[in-house]
Design a protein around this ligand. Structure first.
Ligand code: COA
Length: 367
């Protein structure tokens, strides 16, 4: 009999498979297919990065044109898809959008036939579905102009505004959210993909897993608090009192990044630019006070979600969209991981160590 291998709880620091899509390390590096993710956020477009992640190399100019066109065409919802999103949105108006998005994704009839196209179709449609779920038929998603790309169209769909500068900032965050190796939602996707359940169930698993506050759900929790802060001192006291009560502060800590999260650093730099433009420097000052205090007290760095929430707020985006935006961007990473998993598949099915009672005899237990 083969011996089982005991690994740390939560699979912490356990390498469960190989990937050529992205890599992270504790020092704060995030690499997409060999390129620094923050360099891509600074210089590449959303479409270039999505193509890179899915196909393994940057597109030529002709490939980029073709991919962008395909993405745009696929983003249009069919009548059935639109009706389903509207039905779910109006039937469960109080549900978080992420829950309704998961329901819609598990129920939509995809137009594409092959798996690769189905994966891209789901990713392409998430912005339209989100917008439909939130606004219903009252304000149907603004259709993208002929020249606008994924990020600008997405920005317009959720804010109703066409602002080139703000949507460029939005694009940078989308790029940073796109991929993060074996994070919990991607791993859930790969587990489902490994059973050969297909793209839709795999996306549904990933969306369900992304929701939790220890994963994607962290990005809006801190914002409400930050908006109520009146001074630096108050922000510092907040950290002290949370830590004294042994409570976690959302937007801090990471399973891999122990010194710094490179995405948080990058986003903070961008926020500085936007904050100057719209006079929100105080918000950034209080956020930095919290970050400094957390580092002094616990040596725990801010993660991307801490600054992403502030960034999205400064870009004029409503809080209910924060987690769905994360899902929309990450769905392109899920595209790549699904393909990588099924291309060299092995059922993901770990073992467990049984610690419950043994040798009980049915009918002999005392009541
Ligand atoms: N606030 C306060 N303390 C925190 C913390 C936080 N956000 N994150 C971790 N810690 C502390 C834990 O309390 C624990 O302390 P202890 O050793 O004294 O008990 C230690 O750091 C290790 O934390 P743990 O939760 O075991 O690490 P992990 O690798 O399993 O978890 C996270 C990583 C992301 C789940 C965790 O940092 C967290 O819950 N953060 C808040 C949620 C969040 O922002 N999620 C988004 C991630 S991108």
């Amino acid at each position: 009999m083969t011996e089982s291998i005991k690994v740390p709880k939560g699979l912490e620091r356990v390498i469960v498979d190989q990937t050529s899509i992205s890599s992270t390390d504790s020092k704060g590096h995030l690499i997409y297919r060999g390129y620094s993710a923050t360099d891509l956020a600074a210089h590449a477009s959303f479409e270039q990065t999505a193509y890179l992640l899915i196909n393994g190399k940057l597109p030529s100019s002709a490939q980029l044109t073709e991919f962008s066109k395909r993405l745009k065409e696929m983003s249009n919802l069919t009548t059935q898809q639109e009706a389903l999103a509207e039905f779910i949105g109006t039937t469960y108006p109080d549900n978080p959008i992420i829950d309704n998005l998961r329901t819609v994704i598990s129920g939509i009839k995809l137009e594409s036939k092959d798996e690769s196209s189905q994966l891209l179709e789901m990713a392409a449609k998430i912005p339209g579905i989100i917008s439909k779920l939130y606004y219903g038929s009252a304000q149907s998603p603004a259709k993208g102009g002929a020249q606008s790309g994924y990020a600008a169209t997405f920005y317009r769909m959720i804010t109703g505004k066409s602002d080139i500068s703000l949507s460029k900032h939005f694009e940078k965050l989308l790029i940073l959210y796109m991929e993060h190796e074996f994070n919990a939602s991607t791993f859930a996707l790969r587990v489902t993909a490994s059973t050969l359940a297909g793209p839709k169930p795999s996306f549904t698993s990933a969306l369900a897993t992304l929701k939790g506050p220890l994963h994607g759900g962290a990005n809006s929790e801190i914002l409400n608090y930050l908006l109520s802060v009146k001074s630096r001192d108050e922000a510092i006291k907040y950290v002290d009192s949370k830590l004294a009560k042994k409570e976690k502060i959302m937007g801090f800590g990471h399973r891999v990044y122990k010194d710094k999260d490179p995405r948080a650093e990058f986003v903070k730099g961008q926020i500085r630019e936007v904050a100057k433009r719209n006079g929100m420097e105080k918000l950034l000052e209080f956020a930095e006070a919290i970050e400094e205090r957390m580092w002094e007290s616990k040596r725990i760095p801010a993660n991307v979600d801490f600054y992403a929430a502030i960034y999205l707020y400064m870009l004029g985006i409503k809080e209910p969209f924060y987690l769905p935006i994360f899902a929309a961007a990450r769905s392109f990473g899920w595209n790549a991981h699904y393909k990588e998993q099924v291309a060299d598949n092995k059922l993901i099915r770990p073992d467990s160590e049984y610690i419950g009672p043994k040798n009980l005899k049915f009918g002999h237990d005392k009541a």
